[in-house]
Design a binder for this molecule. Structure first.
Ligand code: SAJ
Length: 430
């Protein structure tokens, strides 16, 4: 198998389709490992930045990027024919949900169609985009075989789930174990050899469907456990038990337990979305993935619940939401990131504004945003308390001065236990 030889001698040329938070780190790390890499993306501005050595992904330093650009090991292009003579094509494009909550494979189909135009014998094609089991063999393989080449013999085809965790200080592209599964053994072997050139640990599995399902289990596990602990928070509030204290004590169990925490809802582009790829596919096989649907309902109802708790807190001071001035701390979907995708803060702001509240926010990672009928700019933290009736902590960025928040606001609703240990009748926790 010539591809194995080219991989092992690092003479194989790599093409990466999609230069986002998954594709760009992958491309740069393989270039740093000595491979010649061509990055393909439809966004001309991104491509121009990359070829100028400017990284727009925090986990990829411009210094590292510039090194591989200057050495000629990496270049980016918006032209599919830039992939003409690569030996390996790695597809890292988004897999969102449609408005109907069905999988949107349009990015994958477009990337695979581009791949088909340059497909030739002996190549290795790998899909990394998170998707439902069956995508690689039912959707990708037929599109690639339209030109007459046969997957598994004329070219190799595998799936390998991305496990990038943006901003994680410990785990990055090289040291996160990588699962790979091919449509047949030679495809698995080729993908295993490829990733082993750069990554510390590569785990082969028996098929693309197993590899696709591994990723969905990982993220569904999170969504369902977050749903469980959110439901526990509602239960504990009714029973006048401090759920945060319960979790902190439960996590002292050294085995068989993993702490998850209640929050204002489920944000990000992975956890709220990936499980619905699985439940959609299960339904096609006549199976109802009840845990996924239930967790989705519980997590999806958290923004309304947070608004209820704000109403309760204001009520304790004989105020209504209508006409109250409420200041949100943190709108990004999770701590210390700048990503607004699916952030529950957007739903909560919208719900409060519809009930007549005068809303404002502070988030140093999100200078401004537009959502529904709202267009807001982040207020500097030192000026946040001015003429406000209530503070609402949605995202517990480390950078906030929580002692100042406690001191300067008459009322605080804390959805993240950011004020852990503060005992005050003006602080209300989930
Ligand atoms: N959340 C809670 N309670 C928790 C944990 C998370 O409410 O106990 C909320 C977060 O605030 C956020 C959402 O859930 O709104 C998702 O949070 P996340 O910690 O799962 O972070 P993500 O969305 O960045 O998930 C990514 C995933 N990485 C990949 O898909 C490669 C996930 O698999 C990782 O486990 C996760 O990062 C991580 O551990 O940081």
């Amino acid at each position: 198998m010539d591809i194995l030889n080219r991989i092992n001698t690092k003479t194989a040329r790599l093409g990466v389709i999609g230069l986002g938070y998954v594709g760009l780190p992958l491309a740069v790390e393989f270039a740093r490992a000595g491979f010649e890499v061509v990055g393909y993306d439809i966004d001309q501005a991104r491509v121009d930045d990359l070829n100028a050595g400017t990284s727009y992904i925090p986990d990829v330093s411009s210094a590292d990027l510039n090194d591989v650009v200057q050495s000629g090991k990496f270049r980016a292009s918006t032209q599919p024919d830039a992939l003409i003579d690569v030996d390996i094509i790695d597809i890292c494009v988004p897999t969102p949900l449609r408005k109907t909550r069905d999988p949107d494979l349009s990015y994958i189909v477009r990337a695979v169609t581009s791949t088909a135009t340059v497909l030739r014998k002996g190549q290795l094609v790998i899909l990394e985009s998170t998707t439902y089991p069956g995508t690689t063999d039912e959707v990708v393989q037929p599109l690639l075989e339209e030109g007459g080449l046969v997957a598994g013999t004329d070219f190799y085809l595998a799936f390998s789930p991305e496990r990038v965790d943006p901003g994680n200080p410990t785990y990055h592209t090289k040291n996160i174990p990588k699962v790979v599964g091919g449509i047949n053994q030679p495809s698995t072997d080729a993908a295993l050899a490829f990733y082993s050139q750069m990554m510390d640990t590569v785990i082969p599995v028996s098929s693309t469907r197993v590899a696709e399902m591994v990723k969905l289990l990982e993220n569904t596990f999170r969504a369902v456990n977050i749903g469980l602990v959110n439901e526990l928070a509602l239960m504990c509030h009714r029973m006048n038990i401090d759920v945060w204290e319960v979790i902190d004590a439960a996590k002292t169990k050294p085995f068989g337990f993993m702490p998850f925490y209640p929050g204002p809802g489920l944000g990000g582009h992975c956890i709220p979305i990936d499980p619905f790829y699985l439940s959609w596919k299960a339904r096609q096989s006549g199976f109802e993935a009840r845990f996924i649907e239930l967790a989705g309902n519980v997590n999806g109802a958290m923004p309304e619940y947070v608004v209820e708790r704000v109403a309760e807190a204001l009520n304790s001071g004989r105020k209504a939401i209508n006409g109250s001035r409420i200041h949100i701390f943190g709108v990004a979907y999770k701590r210390d990131v700048n990503d607004l995708r699916e952030s529950p803060a957007l739903d909560i702001l919208d719900l409060l504004a519809r009930r007549g509240a005068d809303v404002s926010y502070t988030d140093p990672y999100v200078p401004d945003f537009k959502h529904a009928h709202l267009a807001l700019e982040s207020v500097p933290e030192h000026a946040a308390a001015q003429d406000r009736d209530c503070a609402l902590i949605i995202t517990d960025h480390k950078v906030f001065d929580y002692a100042r928040i406690v001191k300067s606001f008459p009322l605080i609703v804390d959805t993240r236990n950011a004020l852990k240990g503060v005992v005050s009748d003006k602080v209300f926790r989930l």
